[in-house]
Design a protein. Structure first.
Lengths: 422, 463
């Protein structure tokens, strides 16, 4: 019997370290080959670390939230045979019989429920019935009084079952259980609790990226409204006539195509600014990140080479990536490499957003909610479907003029959707 | 002018103010305590603590005097000598240790202290005149804890032969003839101490009995002891002023003027809240008689301005101020607190000591309770006998219907320490049976508490 040490593998190109975000096993657990042991997070992708061998976990090398360097040992397993660790000869002789022991009880064995305090049950009905004689002060120990005041309970409303009508902790329990708790008290109780939540994993990545963006990028935000009435008519028509295996069109594929077209005229919008090196890398390919909310937080799957994709192709790719992101199956490659980003809080409403640029990109396009608004056509007000675009640009690279030209170009394309396809 | 801002500004570093400061610090509130004098207020500097030091010295001296004659204990010793300046220096040492300690505690809890006189500019702003500057402090919340000062008689102002309790605690020798105006607890505590130091003490009281705030039953053993110590007590008499030569006190009793020889006259006719000199007139603070009006959260009539301690009236006791200070700090921190104490024990460190918590029998009856009450005398307590402390008793007052304890009192040597048990019983809502059913260690004076409860129930063991 020997020890098999598993080191953090090289989880992605150019990745030197990764954050441990989850342990699927604990010391003492038996693991099978290919069983997932842990999850680590790099840039934006979560990578699962499988076990290459059968064995029993003896040691975990990192805590959740810890950043581990590639190549450092993260887990040790007791295995049949020699294992891969050379320096564990001592362990080998010490516990030769351990293997013979039956496997420990499965870890899923339920723990016995703590016995409920019987007194609380007995006291429950005590809160009904007449309060003490009028004018009599409630009798309660200082600890009971403090508990009541913390919960905003007026003890005059609580019936005491103790000697001389003393209000006990159990009486208070009963009062709470009968639902006549805090709300019926003197007022609202101040909740002074503070919960510490460790910022790890995706949330930490988001926090770091946002901080970098806001601290480094002097942005200019430009907002204009777009009349999408024609676009919506076209979209509705296309959706009714689509063939069944085509993804339903949202406004996104149109916007993506319009952006690709506008970028063809203004390529500097589609670039990454390496501000440490002082180099702007202008990309030929338009790789549009589409910000998506998941249970874990914000992720940005990337639709690659929009300039080479058709409308339906974009729609299908957006649908596929959004689904993968929500399920958490998006790969690292699918979650990185964007050159410009779209963010949409459309469904929630809102007139304007100030989007945070996805560093090191230089532009982000924010989509606001589409609404029917009155529009003056020169003779009368007509209802038009309007949508605001809130866009932010890295002002170090993109001048205000160019930013406005870009947004106006996208606006023109969306208002005259035929132009998108010319 | 220096400008500061803080969340909590406390004016006065006495027991109320410094406890509020410590608690606020513990709760993470940005807090400043301002006091013109040493921290600790009246209590630590010129009240509770120094008077107890002097009283202890007097007790020790009296014991030694006792042994200079033949004693029942079979101990005899030479005649003792007293160097009061040394006594006072020792007392000052204790005071210094405690006030320094308070400063340390505030510092430990990250509370800033500023020495200087505070005056309100408005309800959120206070100017503090420090030694060489004026500091303007803007605070979200202000706690007024300015305390109280001795009441002065207009016809006998402090100075020269007329002294306040502060002066009495700093005398360099016991006065040969010592007249005391007022037989309240301060006058009697100091009067008894100086009688033990050898002064010829005369106490003049306008009311018809000593310690008018305690019931007559409790004060009887003290009256007896005063007689034994040779203290003259003149009741129903009014001080008129010093005689022309300044060597005696003129009093009026039953329309007749009498003259009492006095090298020093101690005036202890009460204390009044310190409500002047800090800019109250600039604020819209409601008064309740002589003191600031507060509600059960120690809130004054102004938002964000709290008041605690003696400035809020009777009972003017350090431990009340401390509890108020703690409560106000928690209220400011967002906790839901209200004054809900059952009892504030009061102690009179005379010889013998008097302690009272909750209601006396008369007070309980006046409050409409049908009561049961009984006393247990220390004369029937073994430990008291072994300490030559047989005078006095413990008394229990309880509701007749459910035996809930309403009050506990005692008078006797060392009775002050019973206050802890009294307070606990009342706050916990104990019944007579709870005290009677608690084993009290033998032999202690505390057994008298259990016996008093038993006797109220009708079945004491040792009487």
């Amino acid at each position: 019997m020997g020890v098999h040490v598993i080191k953090l593998p090289d989880v992605g190109e150019g990745v030197a370290e990764a954050e441990l975000v989850e342990w699927m096993v604990g010391p003492g657990d038996n693991v099978m080959e290919d069983q997932v042991l842990a999850a680590v997070m790099t840039d934006k992708a979560t990578v699962e670390i499988p076990s290459p061998v059968i064995g029993k976990v003896t040691w975990l090398g990192a805590k959740i939230g810890e950043v581990v360097a590639v190549g450092s040992p993260i887990i040790k397993l007791d295995v049949d045979g020699a294992g891969n660790a050379k320096d564990d000869g001592a362990a080998l002789v010490k516990e030769p019989k351990a293997e013979k022991k039956p496997a420990p009880a499965p870890k899923a064995e339920p723990k016995p429920e703590p016995t409920p305090r019987p007194a609380a049950k007995a006291a429950a009905p005590a809160t009904t019935g007449a309060p003490r004689k009028e004018g009599d002060k409630p009798i309660a120990s200082p600890a009971v009084r403090k508990r009541a005041s913390d919960a905003g309970v007026d003890l005059r409303r609580v019936t005491g079952t103790g000697p001389a009508g003393r209000i006990t902790h159990e009486d208070l329990d009963g009062y709470f259980e009968n639902g006549s708790g805090a709300a019926a008290g003197r007022g609202r109780a101040a909740d002074t609790s503070v919960k510490e939540i460790q910022i790890i994993g995706l949330r930490r990545k988001i926090a770091e990226k946002m901080a970098i963006s806001r601290s480094r990028i002097p942005d200019i935000v430009y907002v204009d409204e777009v009349d999408v009435t024609s676009l919506e008519d076209l979209r509705a028509k296309l959706n009714t006539e689509r063939i069944p295996d085509q993804a339903k069109l949202t406004i996104l594929p149109f916007l993506m195509r319009a952006m690709a077209k506008a970028i063809a005229d203004q390529p500097q919008i589609n670039s990454l600014f390496d501000d440490e090196a002082g180099i702007v890398r202008q990309y030929g390919g338009v790789h549009i990140g589409v910000a998506a909310q998941t249970d874990g937080g914000l992720v940005v799957p990337v639709v690659r080479h929009v300039e080479a994709r058709g409308l339906w192709d974009c729609a299908a790719e957006v649908a596929r990536l959004a689904d993968a992101a929500k399920k958490g199956t998006a790969t690292r490659d699918e979650l990185s490499g964007s050159t410009i980003t779209i963010t949409s809080l459309g469904a929630l409403g809102g007139i304007v957003t100030t989007p945070v640029i996805n560093h090191p990109e230089v532009a982000i396009v924010g989509v606001n909610k589409m609404q029917v608004r009155p529009h003056w056509d020169g003779a009368s007000f007509v209802p038009r479907r309007m949508m605001n675009l809130s866009c932010a640009f890295d002002h170090r690279i993109v001048d205000g003029w160019n930013a406005a030209v870009f947004v106006q170009r996208v606006k023109t394309l969306l208002e005259n959707p035929a132009m998108i396809f010319i | 002018m220096t400008e500061l801002t803080c969340k909590v500004l406390i004016i006065g570093g006495g027991p109320g103010g410094y406890v509020a400061g410590i608690r606020a610090g513990q709760l993470g509130l940005d807090t400043i305590v301002v006091d013109a004098e040493a921290l600790g207020g009246t209590c630590l500097n010129v009240g509770c603590i120094p008077s107890k030091a002097i009283i202890h010295a007097a007790d020790e001296f009296e014991k030694a005097m006792h042994f200079a004659n033949s004693s029942a204990l079979g101990i005899s010793a030479g005649k003792p000598k007293l160097d009061l300046t040394k006594t006072v220096a020792w007392k000052d040492g204790i005071v210094k240790r405690l006030t320094t300690g308070v400063g340390g505690l505030l510092k430990k809890n990250k509370v800033k202290t500023i020495k200087g006189w505070a005056t309100f500019a408005d309800g959120k702003t206070v100017d503090v005149k420090t030694a060489d500057d004026v500091t303007r402090i803007r605070a979200e919340n202000i706690i007024i804890a300015t305390g109280s000062v001795p009441v002065e008689l207009p016809f006998m102002k402090f100075g020269g032969a007329v002294i306040s309790s502060t002066g009495a605690l700093a005398l360099d020798a016991p006065p040969k003839n010592f007249a005391i105006v007022g037989a309240g607890y301060i006058g009697l505590e100091l009067g008894i101490a100086f009688a033990k130091f050898g002064s010829k003490v005369t106490v003049v009281e306008a009311m018809d009995r000593i310690l008018p705030t305690y019931d007559a039953e409790l004060t009887k053993p003290v009256a007896k002891r005063l007689k034994d110590l040779g203290v003259t007590v003149i009741l129903g008499a009014k001080a008129k002023g010093l005689s022309k030569d300044g060597k005696s006190l003129e009093i009026e009793q039953n329309g007749k003027t009498e003259v009492i020889p006095a090298d020093k006259v101690l005036v202890t006719v009460g204390r009044k809240p310190l409500t002047e000199g800090w800019g109250r007139e600039k604020l819209a603070l409601d008064m309740d008689g002589r003191h600031l009006k507060i509600n059960d959260r120690c809130e004054t009539s102004m938002r964000g301005v709290f008041a605690i301690g003696d400035v809020t009236g009777e009972p003017m006791l350090a431990h009340r101020a401390m509890a108020q200070g703690e409560m106000v700090a928690e209220i400011i921190a967002g906790h839901n607190r209200r004054w809900d104490k059952v009892a504030i024990p009061a102690i009179c460190f005379t010889d013998p000591e008097i302690v009272s918590a909750g209601l006396s029998p008369d007070e309980a009856k006046a409050a409409g309770y049908a009561i049961k009450s009984a006393i247990f005398p220390f004369a029937a307590n073994g430990r008291a006998m072994t300490m030559e402390a047989e005078d006095g008793f413990v008394r229990a007052v309880a509701r007749e219907d459910n035996h809930l304890i309403l009050g506990l009192q005692a008078v006797g040597r060392g009775a002050s320490e019973l206050s802890a048990a009294f307070g606990l019983a009342l706050e916990m809502g104990a019944r007579l049976e709870d005290i009677a059913g608690t084993i009290h260690a033998h032999p202690t004076q505390g057994e008298a508490l259990q016996e008093a409860a038993l006797r109220t129930l009708g079945h004491a063991f040792h009487i």
